[in-house]
Design a binder for this molecule. Structure first.
Ligand code: CP
Length: 296
């Protein structure tokens, strides 16, 4: 299998292969190593992105691939063309692989069955964001040496988070212990049998404290968050909470960050924060994922 649709059904051996290859790519001093020369990859983003889109492009270019960037807002999607017709159009022009970000859940698997090129999930609704979780695991492994036995708290908007889901599946596969912490309105009932919900004080006692972005755009005025300040005080990584963390703990966040909501402005670049390290690690992880997608 060369597509990467999610981590729920990926074996621990495959996950470890990607982590090991990312370490290999990170260790290379040459900026461009053209193992994907003459291969064409399209980055198809039907939902906005900064980190994922640019780090895929960086990774693809570092491997010498030809890159075609597709953004829905400047395409015929605006005229009503479907996602399937768009992907088939690019496939018919000769792309060798597609990186795709979508809002609808379930569509990606359907697309992967209908096209013959490998597809890589760059985030689908609140379902999965596999390369984000892989770069998160890589960042944890880099700091702690191994993932087995690691305690990881994922805090915040679990309900809307594909990052939480992909991390949950992959971390548990590799022997880490996951705990969630969220207000009732941001919990995902279907995940309750997979990981316990704990208080914010207990969540702060893990080895990794992963804050999630409150997905304001997905709440659609549903009154999920009564006030940003109340959320910050009850569930945020405030300066005060960061000051009480054990020195071995690392703070993570997939970004973009709502500063002074889920994490205080002054904590984003705290010495225990790995937020920019996560972004840096996104490039070697995506190099490994694209190498895997293009293997024969
Ligand atoms: N972390 C992440 O997926 O960021 P973007 O939405 O900017 O890609």
């Amino acid at each position: 299998e060369r597509s990467l649709l999610g981590l729920k059904h990926l074996s621990s051996a495959e996950i470890n292969w990607i982590l090991d290859r990312a370490a290999y790519w990170e260790g290379q001093t040459e900026k461009v190593i053209p193992i994907l020369k003459d291969r064409f990859i399209s980055n198809m983003f039907f939902e906005n992105s900064t980190r994922t889109r640019f780090s895929f492009e960086m990774a693809e270019k570092r491997l010498g691939a030809e890159v075609l960037n597709f953004t829905a807002s400047s395409s015929s999607v605006e005229k009503g063309e479907s996602i399937y017709d768009t992907v088939r159009t690019l496939e018919s022009m000769g792309i060798d692989a597609g990186v795709i970000r979508l809002k609808p859940i379930g569509l990606l698997e359907e697309l992967a069955e209908k096209v013959s090129i490998p597809l890589v999930n760059a985030g689908d609704g609140n379902n999965e964001h596999p390369t984000q979780a892989l770069l998160d695991l890589y960042t944890m492994k880099q700091h702690f040496g191994e993932l087995k036995g690691l305690k990881v708290s994922i805090i915040g908007d679990i309900k809307h988070s594909r990052v939480a889901r992909s991390n949950l599946w992959a971390l548990q596969k590799l022997g880490a212990q996951v705990k969630f912490c969220a207000p009732v309105s941001m919990r995902a009932p279907e995940l309750e049998r997979h990981a316990p919900y704990v208080s914010i004080d207990e969540a702060m006692c893990s080895d990794v404290v992963m804050m999630l972005r409150v997905q304001l755009e997905r709440h659609a005025g549903a009154g999920i968050m009564s006030s940003a300040e109340e959320y910050r005080l009850n569930y945020g990584m405030t300066e005060e909470r960061a000051g009480r963390l054990s020195p071995h703990v690392i703070i993570m966040h997939p970004a973009p960050v709502n500063r002074n909501v889920e994490i205080d402005d002054s904590v984003v670049e705290h010495f225990q924060s790995r937020i920019f390290k996560q972004m840096e690690n996104g490039v070697p992880i995506r190099m490994a994922v694209m190498e895997r997608a293009m293997r024969h």
